[in-house]
Design a protein around this ligand. Structure first.
Ligand code: ZN
Length: 68
């Protein structure tokens, strides 16, 4: 569990954009299994889905695309 989300350096008076909910399509490049998950796109464009690993224990080798 990362705790660095608790730090708020550089906070300004600008309106904070609400995190954007997106559907994410994940395909394992090793076994071809696909997953549809709901994720949240943060202000940096990173998408957090909570997805950990595929059924085949692959943790890093995926095709990931967002669905509208
Ligand atoms: Zn897999």
């Amino acid at each position: 569990m990362r705790m660095d989300t608790l730090t708020c350096e550089g906070v300004s008076d600008e309106v904070i954009v609400q995190n954007q909910r997106v559907k994410v399509h994940i395909r394992c490049k090793k076994c071809g299994e696909t997953f549809i998950l709901r994720g949240v796109r943060d202000v940096k464009g990173n998408i957090e889905t909570g997805f950990k690993r595929c059924l085949c224990d692959n943790e890093s080798d995926f095709d990931i695309e967002t669905l509208q």
